[in-house]
Design a protein around this ligand. Structure first.
Ligand SMILES: *Cc1c(COP(=O)(O)O)cnc(C)c1O
Length: 455
């Protein structure tokens, strides 16, 4: 340990930049953009090495639903460390893994009866895609080899998950390596026709999905979707009616419905799971991020007994699902997830979130009139402000101007971690945020927007 070196932001950043390569970053940016060493975190606050603090308004990439180092999660993990750390889950089991599976089956939409673990969101997507394909293969449906995803979708960045992702920034470079899915137009309400309601937009998009299925259902394994909010695309939101219609179309055409609730699960949209708002059960439900309360990497794919039974046979039939990750069902991560679910049981989290969400909506309301704001949208504790050059035509600011980055810089100066997606300023705070902190968050964002839209 280099404990003799000074522990300042500058010293830690210099050491970091000599050896580390950061995610989702053009490292050259750090010639001008400070890299922030965080030495301690508690609740909504991150503390850096120079003694400054930042309110984590994005829940550390949407993972940290109950704030940092929540005492109940910390206690559960300390307890778990005293008994069992990790054991491979093939041939072995342990109480945290099986208890978490029992709990997940209990709290997720009815009909999901089996839990398969992985250790991050992208891996959960890989599992769901492979399981769907393999299910049809086990039934002798060898022609089913493709997937349908939505425009603007984001499902992760491993090659399979990136294949069903439609964010050009992440996908285009690797396109030659990827599967060729079919893309159906997103029901994104921001792209509704003038005068068209979100519900009508959803119906029109279902018509287009139907047309795609009429031509391609025979070769399609599954439709994969982020229910209610396409987060990485810029917090684009759609009406729950789309999910009802999607469920019906998947049944009619014999394709699976994969719900990627990696970002929207665990209370983020107002219900424990987004699918509840349409009262639908997907064939596969992918969970991660908030699953472990933002403490440890963990993911899970839930599916039905029908899917499970298509794999259950004598070994020699070759029907087994042989996918694995070394840290599958890690005991510490499962324990953190159990403590997270316990918080939903012990406390009126969803009711409290509803009050916070209403408060956030009121605070954001005045921004609707801003000359550079084309849209203010919200679903539960996800809210977004779409910055544009021209409000009337919705002409976007050119991406290379990086207006959102100015909001980010301004935020850091004001103790606020806002990390816009392009020109979309969004809020996805931990559920332990207070109304006063929401006020501060919106105030800093408003100031940041003023700085950002200046020439
Ligand atoms: C973050 C995310 C993923 C990928 O999860 P990772 O753990 O980052 O691999 C997949 N789908 C959605 C909707 C996400 O937000």
């Amino acid at each position: 340990m280099s404990s003799t070196l000074p522990r300042s932001n500058a010293a830690l950043a210099a050491r970091d930049l000599a050896v580390l390569w950061h995610p989702c970053t053009q490292m050259h940016d750090h010639e001008t953009l400070p890299l922030l060493p965080i030495v301690r975190a508690e609740g909504v606050w991150l503390h850096d090495a120079d003694g400054r603090r930042y309110l984590d308004a994005v829940s550390s990439w949407w993972t940290n639903v109950f704030g940092h180092r929540h005492p109940q999660l910390v206690a559960a993990l300390k307890d778990q460390l005293d008994t069992l750390d990790h054991i491979m889950l093939a041939g072995f089991t342990h109480e945290p893994a099986l208890q978490l599976a029992e709990e997940l089956v209990r709290v997720t939409p009815p009909g999901l009866a089996r839990v398969f673990y992985a250790d991050n969101g992208s891996s959960a997507i890989e599992v769901a895609l492979k399981m769907s394909f393999h299910y049809w293969r086990n039934l002798g449906r060898h022609g089913k080899q493709r997937f349908i995803a939505l425009s603007g979708s984001y499902h992760g960045e491993t090659l399979g998950a990136l294949s069903v992702t439609d964010v050009p920034l992440y996908r285009d470079t690797y396109a030659p390596l990827l599967l060729q899915p079919l893309f159906a137009p997103s029901p994104d309400a921001y792209e509704a026709e003038p005068g068209e309601s979100a519900a009508d937009c959803a119906q029109r998009r279902l018509g287009e999905l139907r047309a795609l299925l009429e031509r391609h259902a025979e070769e399609t394994c599954a439709v994969i979707i982020e229910p209610l909010v396409q987060c990485a695309a810029g917090m684009r939101m759609h009406h729950p009616a789309y999910l009802c219609g999607l469920r019906a179309l998947c049944d009619e055409f014999g394709v699976h419905f994969i719900a990627d609730e990696i970002a929207v699960g665990f209370g983020r949209t107002g219900t424990l799971f987004a699918c509840e708002q349409a009262a639908v059960t997907p064939d596969f439900l992918c969970l991660s991020k908030g699953l472990s309360g933002g403490m440890l990497p963990l993911s899970a794919v839930l599916t039905s007994d029908v899917v499970y039974q298509a794999f259950y046979a004598e070994y020699r039939s070759g029907k087994a699902f042989l996918h694995s990750h070394s840290y599958t069902g890690n005991a510490l991560a499962c324990r953190a997830a159990l403590a997270t679910l316990q918080l939903f049981r012990d406390e009126p989290v969803l009711q409290r979130n509803a009050v916070l969400a209403a408060h956030l909506a009121r605070e954001l309301e005045p921004l609707r009139d801003h000359p550079n704001v084309a849209d203010v949208r919200q679903t539960g504790l996800i809210a977004a402000v779409e910055l544009v050059r021209n409000k009337r035509t919705r002409e976007a600011f050119p991406a290379h101007e990086r207006r959102g980055l100015r909001v980010y810089r301004h935020g850091l100066e004001q103790e606020m971690l806002l990390r816009p997606l392009g020109n979309i300023v969004y809020f996805m705070p931990p559920y332990v945020i207070t109304p006063e902190q929401i006020d501060a968050m919106v105030k800093v964002a408003r100031q940041g927007i003023e700085v950002a839209v200046r020439d």
